[in-house]
Design a protein around this ligand. Structure first.
Ligand SMILES: Nc1ncnc2c1ncn2[C@@H]1O[C@H](COP(=O)(O)OP(=O)(O)OP(=O)(O)O)[C@@H](O)[C@H]1O
Ligand SMILES: [Mg+2]
Length: 254
């Protein structure tokens, strides 16, 4: 399986605090991978360094075979990597469907020349609207298409956020706690949808979660366990569940 994301010995210091310490891992094409660890262990910082939001102090990142270490977030997104944020920020004064119609690239409305010939590009616009509705359907939130996102619950907002990320046509999706604060059954449904997306499309997913019990049952192919800025271990859910070091470090020996 070819690696589409390689993180090599990545370290990030904030002043005297080493938030991540020589972190290395990879994600293969077609994989659904969980990144897990206790609060403050460096999961979000890892995403921030991968996606170009922060410059790593040391180490490098390869995205789809390209050295992405020094690239800006928009350049990394152009390579095919899209990420979401731990704290979901939707455009609250817009409807769900409008939130989904903003991210697609190369829209003629943002280009004055293409905009002038807008009639020629009408077909593209219609295709985008169809895709937005089918994305909502996949996530089972079509009935909220015309609600302002300020009216949605936390769980519904998380689903819209995933839908918005999918509209950017990523090949690799990094999700930062997509089910934080979401009630159990909906959280399971979201992960079932993510599993389906990985199985049925060319999209691979790396997802941060902090609940060990949940991730062990969530249908991921592999789990990377972080603790205190380092990768403690990685393996299949069964391997992680049976790992003595994970039980000791992460579950406090229970
Ligand atoms: N911009 C920043 N400036 C200073 N310290 C930071 C910054 N971002 C993160 N940290 C620190 O780095 C460490 C790792 O934080 P990070 O947010 O990556 O953890 P996390 O694993 O995502 O935690 P959580 O599960 O709570 O989201 C923490 O000690 C945090 O306080
Ligand atoms: Mg975090």
């Amino acid at each position: 399986m070819s690696s589409i994301l390689k993180v090599n010995n990545m370290t990030k210091d904030f002043g005297g605090l080493r938030a991540i310490d020589s972190v290395s891992f990879h994600v293969g094409k077609g994989e659904f991978v969980g990144l897990i660890g206790p609060n403050g262990c460096g999961k979000t910082t890892t995403f921030n360094c991968i996606s170009g939001l922060l410059d790593a102090t040391e180490g490098d990142v390869e995205v789809f075979g390209e050295d992405a270490t020094k690239l800006r977030p928009d350049q990394i997104q152009k390579l095919g990597l899209t990420r979401t944020f731990q704290h979901t920020l939707l455009w609250r004064e817009m409807t769900t469907i409008e939130n989904l119609l903003i991210p697609p690239r190369n829209q003629y409305g943002t280009d004055p020349i293409r905009g002038f010939f807008s009639n020629f590009f009408r077909g593209e616009e219609e295709a985008r609207v169809r895709k937005a509705y089918s994305t909502l359907e996949e996530l089972e939130i079509t009935h909220m298409a015309h609600n302002l996102t300020s009216e949605l619950s936390g769980g519904q907002s998380k689903l819209v956020d995933i839908g918005r990320a999918l509209m950017g046509e990523p090949e690799l999706l990094l999700l930062d706690e997509p089910v934080a604060g979401v009630a159990g059954p909906l959280a399971e449904k979201i992960f079932n949808n993510l599993r389906k997306i990985v199985s049925e499309t060319k999209i691979s997913i790396l997802v941060i979660e902090h609940n060990m019990d949940f991730i062990l049952r969530a249908g991921v192919d592999r789990i990377i366990v972080m603790d205190q800025g380092k990768v403690l271990m990685e393996g299949t859910p069964d391997e992680v569940k049976d790992s003595k070091e994970v039980i000791e470090a992460y579950l406090g020996g229970q």
